[in-house]
Write a protein that binds this ligand. Structure first.
Ligand SMILES: NC(=O)c1ccc[n+]([C@@H]2O[C@H](COP(=O)([O-])OP(=O)(O)OC[C@H]3O[C@@H](n4cnc5c(N)ncnc54)[C@H](OP(=O)(O)O)[C@@H]3O)[C@@H](O)[C@H]2O)c1
Length: 441
């Protein structure tokens, strides 16, 4: 910082000095001069909380006070902005609450805290006349929270569809492009540092559901809790599904979707699950660790925000932008912006009511009459076939693999059909069912 310990400087307390925290610290230090020139007041990281104060750090910490007590840092009298970059629900939640109660502005990248406790924390910030900003909580460096809050507010958003988990997108791309198995794709993601040692939050879809809760709440001016979001991960997919999807003209993506239900303006669909996406769709071309969010508004049409969804640089870009926004507001003596008005709470439609086309893969014994039996069950469950491919699966076992796609079907009917098939003696393996997107005009 150009002017350490200046009494005029805006004091920053940093909670966490990991991948993002170190990036934020380094950026605030190395670009201090330009930020000060633009904002009129210096920004000074005065305190940093870490778990282990003994650990050697490669950053030039200088006079910065290092502490193992994040609440003390978050509430210290010489801090005006608390930047929470520890991650996880606790103690991050308590730290943010304590900071807001002490009248500090807060910037966080924490999707779990904002998804589960955002409404309470935003109300607390409002009551305390301070800002709470969270651009980096979804999509890393991609600007999406701010556009949803401000630039798209004149629209009635009809639909938001996103690839917001880089780990799973990397794995799905590897499975499609190199024929990798789920296990190999996960091992490669871990080797490259894209997946944690415990990848469950990514591969089971929870991480994407947290992010979708944040995006849907903003896009639809309501509160969508992560518990209300239907969530299915990628663990059931096999390399074969990617081959068959490609033959049909599709790729598989873990899509997070929130949309208004036609004819029911107060009802939303909110779901995270693997989806067959037509190869012609822009989201089908979002490969590797990239993230993308497509928003459809009645005035705007469709806009797609795409970029690096994680990593020190992109996430630092979003966090520091929030810090600068808050700091420039302080320097200009601005009052915090009021909370955006909300519409009445939305109902979330149960997943069984969903109507989509489906991809089904199953293994049956290659005997006369099997297809006729399946056809009868399909008719009993109001499900009609759009295409059917039979693949010789195992000549010795006498089984064949069937790849079916259906016309638009109610999910509850399709699940009842699959339950009935499970009981058929001629069915060897019920396989997977994957929801299919149709190409958009
Ligand atoms: N990494 C990304 O690409 C990315 C992208 C978007 C959003 N985010 C979000 O950014 C946040 C930070 O992620 P990260 O990847 O930087 O995490 P990280 O590398 O694991 O760093 C976490 C930091 O927090 C400190 N910490 C953890 N628990 C603490 C406690 N109880 N008291 C004091 N300090 C504590 C750790 O201290 P030690 O250094 O002593 O261990 C470490 O410095 C998370 O909310 C994450 O979801 C990250």
């Amino acid at each position: 910082m150009p002017n350490p310990s200046s009494s005029d400087a805006i004091g920053i307390g940093l909670l966490g000095l990991g991948v993002v925290g170190a990036g934020v610290f380094d950026t605030l230090l190395s670009r201090a001069e330009v930020y000060t020139r633009r904002g009129g007041r210096a920004l000074e990281v005065r305190r940093v909380a870490v778990r282990d104060v003994e650990r050697e750090r490669s950053l030039p910490l200088g006079d910065v006070t290092l502490s193992q007590d994040p609440i003390a840092v978050a509430t210290a009298p010489d801090i005006a902005i608390t930047v929470e970059l520890m991650g996880g629900e606790q103690p991050a939640l308590d730290c943010i609450r304590a900071a807001l109660r002490s009248g500090k502005h807060v910037v966080t990248a924490n999707k779990e805290v904002m998804a589960k406790h955002g409404p309470e924390l935003l109300a607390l910030a409002q009551a305390q006349s301070v800002e709470l900003e969270y651009e980096a909580s979804v999509g890393g460096g991609i600007p999406i929270i701010s556009p949803l809050k401000r630039d798209l507010q004149a629209n009635e958003v009809q639909r938001l569809q996103a690839i917001i988990n880089g780990t799973t997108n990397f794995m799905l791309t590897a499975m499609a492009q190199h024929g990798a198995s789920y296990e190999d794709a996960l091992a490669e993601a871990q080797r490259l540092g894209y997946a944690e040692a415990d990848p469950s939050s990514d591969v089971e879809g929870t991480d994407a559901a947290y992010k979708l809760a944040i995006l849907a709440s903003l896009a639809f001016h309501t509160t969508v809790s992560p518990d209300e979001i239907y969530c299915e991960g990628i663990t059931q997919l096999t390399a074969r599904d990617f081959r068959y999807a490609a033959d049909l003209g599709y790729v598989i993506r873990l899509l997070a979707t929130a949309q208004r239900v036609e004819g029911q303006p107060d009802t939303l669909e909110a779901r995270v699950h693997p989806t067959l996406v037509p190869r012609s769709e822009p989201l089908a071309r979002v490969d590797g660790v990239l993230n993308a969010v497509a928003v459809e508004g009645d005035l705007l049409g469709r806009a797609i925000f795409q970029g690096e969804g994680a990593g020190a640089g992109p996430t630092t870009s979003a966090v520091v932008a929030d810090v600068l926004d808050v700091a420039y507001g302080i320097a200009a003596g601005q009052k915090p912006r009021p909370l955006r008005p909300s519409d009445p709470p939305a109902c979330i439609r149960p997943i069984g009511e969903l109507r989509m086309p489906y991809y089904l893969r199953m293994v049956v014994y290659d005997r006369p009459g099997v297809l006729a039996d399946l056809g009868r069950l399909l008719a009993e469950h109001q499900t009609s076939i759009a295409s059917l491919i039979q693949v010789e699966a195992d000549a010795v076992a006498g089984t064949a693999e069937l790849i079916m796609t259906t016309h638009e079907t109610k999910e509850a009917d399709l699940d009842a059909f699959r339950e009935a098939v499970r009981g058929m003696e001629s069915v060897h393996d019920i396989g997977v069912r994957i929801r299919m997107e149709t190409a958009r005009a």
